[in-house]
Design a protein around this ligand. Sequence first.
Ligand SMILES: Cc1ncc(COP(=O)(O)O)c(C=O)c1O
Length: 424
Amino acid sequence: MEAEAMIADTEGEKKSSEESDLMRIQRLESQYLMQTYARSPVMFVRGKGATLYDDRGRAYLDFITGIGVNVLGYDHPRVRRILKDAARLMHTSNLYYHSFQGPLAERLVKASGMSRVFFCNTGAESVEGALKLARGWQTARGREGKTEFVALVNSFHGRTMGALSVTAQEKYRKPFEPLIPGVSFIDPNNSSDSFAEARAAITERTAAVIIETIQGESGVRPVSNAFLRAVREECDRHDALLILDEVQCGLGRTGKVFAFENTEARPDILCVAKPLGLGVPLGAFIVNERAADGLRPGDHGTTFGGGPLACSLSLEFLEMLEDGDLLARINELGDYFKRLLTKLQKRHRDIVAEVRGLGLMVGLELKFSGKGAAAKMLERGFLLNCTHDTVLRFLPPYIVRKSEIRTFVEALEAVLVEEAQKER
Ligand SMILES: Cc1ncc(COP(=O)(O)O)c(C=O)c1O
């Protein structure tokens, strides 16, 4: 009996010493974390350029960049230089001045052709601020009943209660209803009817319309210039504000600083986040002169938003984006990537339905679920994400090399052919 217990103990010890770092973390997370995420079984410990390394030293080519955040890849020399000095002043709160917020706001204002900026921390928080500003703007004009919002079908604007209220996808909103009342959703891809739909939905009760210039989460779907123009006209006719959510598609992703520059539409409020702080949380909403008095002193605030660490990184990023050759590079690489994907589509019309996107925001619509392909790519050392079930979404870093794009597309073709055989 004793001998048996001893053996069991020894085996138990042996087991725990064999437990990998990943297994230990998985065990702790499954016990102590809220179970809100379905993580892939990989643990990253460092990165260099467009490549991430896991705890076993395995390399992964990163075409998702922490969902559109790590646009300069990993361990960029300019980021490293800033982080070396950052310990001196990590946080001040918004009670005091520091030297980075003003210059960063100036850069964003000049780049967007707008007027003023409010800094926050995340995409959802920038959307919350935009919605609140729209309500405040209407109230300041004595339009008490003008409180409603219009958004698009398949939209995604974040997980907080306001952002969720303008997020169309049922799976995100349903368990948390009732959300903000008076939100209607219109379809931008309903051909000529969508203009009529927009005209019917935007009324004297509408405070603002919110649109992702390119819908990200719902499968990389650009909203057409004609639709945006029609919405802009309706907003002007009804004294409603137009909010463009460029949390995912803004800040260089499409080959322009802002995605709306690819269209004729101009927003009253522009939401940005994701890459803004190069991996340190930073979001912002930028407003034009018309909307700038929507929030008055004391109306809005945040403890962390626009801190010195995030803003110093962001200033460096915007300098590279506007003054360097980064935008030209994004355009060239994006064209190359899409050319290779289009050739892949031509070779496999039974597999690929469509190649979509602008710059380095690219989606591949498959004729079957993309979940298996995303998992297979991970096994082979390539990171991407499957969204809206059938769309493979690629958000590679702006520093990716042509040779890396080629390697990625070659692996993707092999995986898709394998997956298609399973489908048959
Ligand atoms: C268009 C858009 N808006 C808002 C958000 C929410 O941003 P965050 O996750 O930083 O709150 C996202 C996140 O994916 C997004 O894609």
